[in-house]
Write a protein that binds this ligand. Structure first.
Ligand SMILES: Nc1ncnc2c1ncn2[C@@H]1O[C@H](COP(=O)(O)OP(=O)(O)OP(=O)(O)O)[C@@H](O)[C@H]1O
Length: 232
């Protein structure tokens, strides 16, 4: 298997003394390239903390993180910002579109931030695949909920990131909308071999992944062992 991201001895502690919270307490994990990995665990178990560290939005108290062979936990802040922009696509629970920007501008925003030229061919393919072709000049406020989801997913993929990280993207949605988001992410995973790591509370949704990783009290617990090994 080809490992795209790896953590070793990853710890994140908040506070100190009596108020010390061991949000993560030693996570050793390898994420396989091109796979869909789901993270599950009870509320407060450390899932978001883990995703934030992997996405370079926060730094560990201890431990190491590699993405595509580069140590990211020791990167200078300016390089960490470049890492976040170029290597990670984020899908947020409320989708976080920028209201004053059109659909097209929202999708291209990560490239704009990095002063990069869009690959127009890929952009067009992406918006067609997601079914946004005729809504590119609309503002987020003029979109249906489903179109907002499609826009957020296109934005997460446009820079062809090493990792797409999604924190409960189906959490605020009714079952049908949640299934739509999951379906779109799965399509992106298959069509572009996009590596996706997603947090979910929903075990039915988790079951559809290549691998389930369970975090309990900041440590890995038994999930479904390994990729492509249901039932193991
Ligand atoms: N900035 C912070 N300061 C102090 N404690 C924090 C901070 N962020 C998270 N925590 C604590 O760390 C633990 C793990 O939080 P985290 O958000 O990673 O859990 P989670 O598994 O994502 O939970 P949920 O499913 O409810 O979103 C919790 O006890 C939380 O209260």
């Amino acid at each position: 298997m080809e490992v795209i991201a790896k953590t070793e001895g990853l710890k994140k502690y908040y506070g100190q003394g009596a108020g010390l919270v061991k949000a993560l307490d030693g996570i050793d994990l390898e994420i396989e390239k091109g796979k869909f990995t789901m993270i599950v665990g009870t509320s407060g178990s450390g899932k978001t903390t883990f995703l934030n560290l992997l996405g370079g939005q926060d730094r560990p108290t201890e431990g190491r993180i590699w993405v595509e062979g580069t140590r990211i936990d020791t990167l200078k802040e300016s390089w960490l910002a470049v890492y976040r922009r170029n290597k990670v696509g984020f899908v947020y629970q409320n989708f976080n579109l920028i209201p004053m920007l059109t659909v097209e501008e929202n999708i291209l925003f990560p490239l704009e931030m990095g002063n990069e030229r869009p690959d127009r061919g890929f952009f067009e393919e992406l918006v067609e695949t997601l079914g946004l072709g005729d809504r590119l000049s609309a503002l987020p406020g003029e979109l249906s909920g489903g179109q907002r989801q499609q826009t957020a997913i296109a934005r997460a993929l446009i820079a062809r990131p090493a990792l797409v990280l999604a924190d409960e993207p189906t959490g605020n949605l009714d079952t049908k909308s949640g299934q739509n988001v999951l379906g779109l992410l799965k399509m992106m995973n298959r069509k572009y071999r996009q590596t996706i790591v997603m947090i979910t509370h929903d075990l039915d949704i988790a079951q559809t992944a290549d691998r389930i990783v369970r975090i309990e009290d900041g440590r890995l617990a038994e999930g479904r062992g390994g990729y492509g090994a249901p039932g193991q």
